[in-house]
Design a protein around this ligand. Structure first.
Ligand SMILES: [Fe+2]
Ligand SMILES: [Fe+2]
Length: 137
């Protein structure tokens, strides 16, 4: 499959502003996820072999699973009232492929890395920040 990366301008470290929750360990994990996504972008744009892409995707998925497990644990142990919806969002995310395929305006099929970044950014602002505020209060 040829590689098309849409909305790649969003893949900059400026995105880090979205990753700040104020909980140090969670921010470290969000930073790691962002680093891995940037690494994946570099690999995809340089035309790596499928095996390498597959391996990096497996590692990224594991990093998401570990991160979600940590957040789920924090919600559970703190009695967070919004836990059900937040855990549901984590599970729904893991049920699908990390990278969806997409067809661009010229009919070229490729991986939609922009959608992955968008998901993470919007998840942090919608779910992780309110959780962090609760944990800090
Ligand atoms: Fe989360
Ligand atoms: Fe998170």
């Amino acid at each position: 499959m040829s590689v098309v990366i849409l909305s790649h301008k969003k893949l900059s470290y400026r995105w880090l502003r979205f990753a700040v929750t104020g909980i140090e360990e969670l921010d470290r994990q969000h930073q790691e996820l962002l680093d891995r996504m940037n690494e994946l972008k570099a690999i995809l744009t340089t035309g790596a072999q499928q095996e390498t892409i597959h391996q990096k995707l497996l590692e990224l998925r594991q990093a998401f699973e570990d991160h979600f497990a940590d957040e789920d644990q924090r919600m559970s142990s703190s009695g967070y009232g919004e836990m059900a919806a937040h855990v549901k969002a984590h599970r729904a995310f893991l049920e699908g492929p990390l990278l969806k395929t997409i067809t661009d305006s010229e009919g070229q099929v490729g991986y939609d890395l922009g959608a992955l970044i968008d998901w993470e950014a919007s998840h942090i602002s919608r779910f992780d920040r309110p959780l962090a505020e609760f944990l800090a209060s």
